[in-house]
Design a binder for this molecule. Structure first.
Ligand code: ATP
Ligand code: MG
Length: 441
């Protein structure tokens, strides 16, 4: 059963009990745009108590006054009583809510395209806010006075950019002016909530335009201000005919596949973040240099992602991608063992993609990429890193006391194995003995 059918059945039950019930907000917007809604919200005249009585076992959402989550065949549907939000003290949450009419409920919503209701049975659209014409025109407009609405709840600033990015909508002039003039209100929003909206912008297939909008409106100052230093950070034109670091990064974001994973999008966004602080001019060679920008950038990436409260797994995935992105320039010179270890990185497929767009957005070189593709095919028959032929136990059996030399010796044997020069345990053991003897002397 689809989420829509579940929502329909629940709305039907509310109507049968004598209440008004409409599909509301995002699910109406998405359905009208021909998109599949992520979740369904129902707005109703039933109070939360009445909803709970009608659907025993469901829960009122603590954080949102008057919202009850009802599960129907596993599909969660949010059922919210028509309401007017009271005053906002801290730009985040209303202090109180008052149950009211559908018309007032539409007025408390953020953007006109999010303020539509739909009759579940007839499909009729109930539009109190001019949302239909904005939806047709591709226009994102705040409901009511935009400055007042952004002052009430500063997360709406980022939602404006998110919807304009994901839907490809223009932000209406007055709304846009208000996003710019109210940008600093975003400082009142928790990093976690900023992160969630930011991730949606970055994983949208219009992520490059989304980044531009964050910069243009000034919102980026409260997300990744470090990006601002990449604007005007010029690079050697022979390597980067496209222009400064920001332009280079923006083009790369646009070159990614539409469904690129978040970790890859973050790595692309931040791969050259170490360039502004490492930029020097080499007088002798008469060129700009960014020595060590990969290591500095990896360090900065960790700081930025921790500040935005990304989970540790995300940070652990992104930081090495930034740290390693320059090593792609050396792959053709690597010995087989080193190359296999390099290619065995957990996010290597994403790193290949980062490298592809890194070159594609600048010098246009494809040789390292093609070399790695050919190598991946060549190595495909066997695991890149086969199980080791010898272990620390073998060294202990040889009477060697455990110590740092263990890793050195085992790595040396692994190198021979990866190079294809030692394939069996017998010769591996012989080589191990030889290395152990050398260490003893
Ligand atoms: P999506 O689910 O695709 O992220 P959505 O529009 O459904 O988009 P939700 O966060 O699920 O967004 O919220 C559902 C509806 O609640 C919105 O369509 C909007 O009408 C209203 N809403 C959500 N957040 C706010 C807010 N910060 N201010 C005012 N109205 C809001
Ligand atoms: Mg939704």
């Amino acid at each position: 059963m689809s989420a829509r059918q579940s929502a329909f059945i629940l709305a039907r039950r509310l109507m049968d009990a004598g209440f008004e019930a409409f599909f509301a907000g995002g699910c109406v917007r998405d359905a009208l745009l021909g998109l599949t809604p992520k979740d369904y919200d129902i707005a109703t005249s039933a109070t939360p108590d009445q909803v709970l009585k009608l659907f025993p076992g469901s829960n009122e959402v603590g954080a949102h006054f008057g919202v009850v989550i009802v599960r129907h065949r596993g599909e969660p549907v949010e059922i919210a009583t028509f309401r007017t939000d009271g005053s906002y003290k801290d730009s985040r949450r209303p202090e109180s809510v008052e149950f009211s009419t559908p018309e007032q409920d539409a007025q408390r919503r953020d953007f006109t395209i999010n303020g539509l209701f739909q009759h579940p049975e007839t499909g009729e659209i109930i539009d109190y806010v001019g949302g239909l014409s904005d939806l047709k025109a591709g226009c994102l407009r705040a409901i009511g006075d935009p400055v007042a609405r952004f002052s009430e709840d500063a997360l709406r600033l980022l939602r404006a950019v998110r919807f304009s990015t994901t839907l490809g909508f223009e932000i209406e002039k007055q709304t846009d002016d208000a996003v710019c003039s109210c940008a600093d209100f975003l400082g009142r929003i928790s990093p976690e909530r900023i992160r969630d909206e930011f991730s949606k912008i970055l994983t949208s297939n219009r992520r490059g335009a989304g980044l531009e909008t964050l910069v243009r409106t000034g919102l980026i100052r409260h997300i990744v201000p470090e990006i601002l230093d990449t604007i005007g950070c010029d690079q050697p034109p022979e390597w980067h005919p496209e222009g400064d670091v920001f332009t280079h990064t923006r083009i790369m974001l646009d070159m990614l596949e539409p469904d690129a994973p978040l970790e890859l999008c973050l790595a692309v966004l931040l791969h050259d973040i170490g360039k502004p602080p490492t930029r020097t001019f080499d007088e002798e060679a008469n060129r700009i240099r960014f020595n060590g920008h990969d290591a500095v950038g990896a360090e900065m990436t960790g700081t930025i992602l921790r500040r935005l409260r990304y989970p540790n797994e995300t940070i652990a995935a992104v930081v090495p991608m930034v740290a390693r992105h320059m090593q792609f320039m050396n792959v053709q010179k690597m010995r087989t063992a080193k190359l296999k270890l390099f290619m065995a990185a957990p996010r290597f497929v994403d790193e290949m993609e980062l490298h592809r767009v890194d070159c594609g957005s600048s010098n246009g070189f494809t040789d390292n990429y093609e070399f790695l593709q050919a190598k991946a095919e060549e190595f495909a028959a066997a695991p890149l890193i086969p199980p080791p032929l010898v272990s620390g136990r073998d060294l202990i059996n040889l009477g060697l006391p455990p110590g740092p030399c263990f890793k050195e010796i085992l790595d040396a044997v692994q190198t021979e194995q990866l190079e294809g020069r030692i394939l069996d345990r017998e010769p591996a053991l012989a080589y191990l003995k030889q290395l152990a003897a050398e260490i003893r002397v």
